[in-house]
Design a binder for this molecule. Structure first.
Ligand code: R5P
Length: 302
């Protein structure tokens, strides 16, 4: 039996202090259940309301693309700088140390390779496996206007149903096929369809003209996909414009892991996304990190 001799008798109920009522920080996510909000708050930093996701899922249809030939060598050292990793369960189980503690956005659709019709995807992960892997979200590609548009939309809605059942958010990824125009009008359509059908956040590309109308008309957070490799300064400018025009962060792949200095690039992207650092300044920061690394290497070899 517990010792009752020293039990404190006085109690303080702070009757004059109203109970805290904190609104959840992410757009359109206030009505979600606690587990869902908890997972989103692991992916998006509550301080900035934004995220830097590192996308390395390209192999699910492209195989070992440049920069991802050896995820253990090239990507694992970058993980500490990412807010979340977007990847397949195969790379997760085989290559990512569980002790890295990173929130996982699990690629949950797939099927065709680059040799076939890409929109012909199906759900590629069972919800039980996503739970077993402690996924913070599941990602599904949606091909609006694509040949298998309806099938890909059904993949999204089925994942949203199971995600809602178990408290795991779903990321709707708007695919841009070879034959589809990438403009604000198309992206507004694609993002809005994903959100209307239940996606908890949406990933899409940046467009110069009207991106703010894409984010404004999407009721849930939008993260920007990096797209094909461009110069580092241009990629930082892209990230800056995206967050300034309403994106809640980036989910960037090639512009980080195909950079000349990926570790410096991801840190510069963080400055832009979380601190709204201007692109020129972030590029200087990138170059400084690169210079310091070269100096350190030269010293260690001397
Ligand atoms: C492609 O379908 C994958 O979902 C990638 O995660 C996505 O394209 C983002 O990577 P990147 O910045 O290389 O475009």
């Amino acid at each position: 039996m517990a010792d009752l001799d020293n039990t404190r008798e006085t109690k303080e109920f702070y009757l004059k202090i109203p109970a805290r009522k904190e609104a959840f920080f992410l757009k359109g996510s206030g009505a979600l259940d606690w587990g869902m909000q908890d997972r989103l708050a692991r992916i998006f930093q509550p301080q900035s309301g934004r995220t830097v996701m590192l996308a390395i899922d390209h192999g699910y249809f492209q195989g070992p693309t440049s920069g991802l030939e050896r995820v253990d060598v090239n990507i694992v050292p970058l993980a500490p700088y990412a807010d979340a990793l977007m990847l397949t369960r195969g790379i997760l189980r085989s290559t990512i140390p569980a002790a890295s503690g990173k929130p996982i956005v699990l690629r949950a659709s797939g099927g065709p390779s680059i040799l076939k019709e890409l929109s012909n995807e199906q759900i590629a992960v069972d919800i039980e496996d996503a739970i077993r892997l402690n996924a913070s979200a599941m990602a599904v590609q949606v091909f609006i206007g694509g040949e298998y548009e309806t099938q890909s939309v059904h993949n999204l809605t089925r994942l949203v149903d199971v995600g809602n059942r178990y408290g795991i958010p779903v990321l709707g990824v708007t695919a841009v096929g070879k034959e589809l125009t990438r403009d604000a009008r198309y992206l507004r359509l694609a993002c809005r369809i994903c959100a209307e059908l239940g996606a908890h956040f949406v990933k899409t590309y940046y467009v110069e003209d009207g991106f703010e109308t894409v984010t404004a008309s999407c009721p849930v957070p939008v993260v920007m996909a990096g797209g094909k490799k461009i110069g580092e300064k241009d990629a930082l400018r892209l990230a800056y414009r995206a967050v300034t025009e309403g994106a809640s962060g980036v989910d960037m792949g090639r512009n980080i892991f195909q950079s000349e200095a990926p570790w410096a690039m991801i840190q510069a992207v963080r400055k832009v996304v979380h601190e709204s650092m201007e692109p020129d300044q972030a590029y200087d920061f990138y170059q400084t990190l690169q210079h310091e690394r070269r100096e350190a290497l030269a010293h260690s070899e001397a």
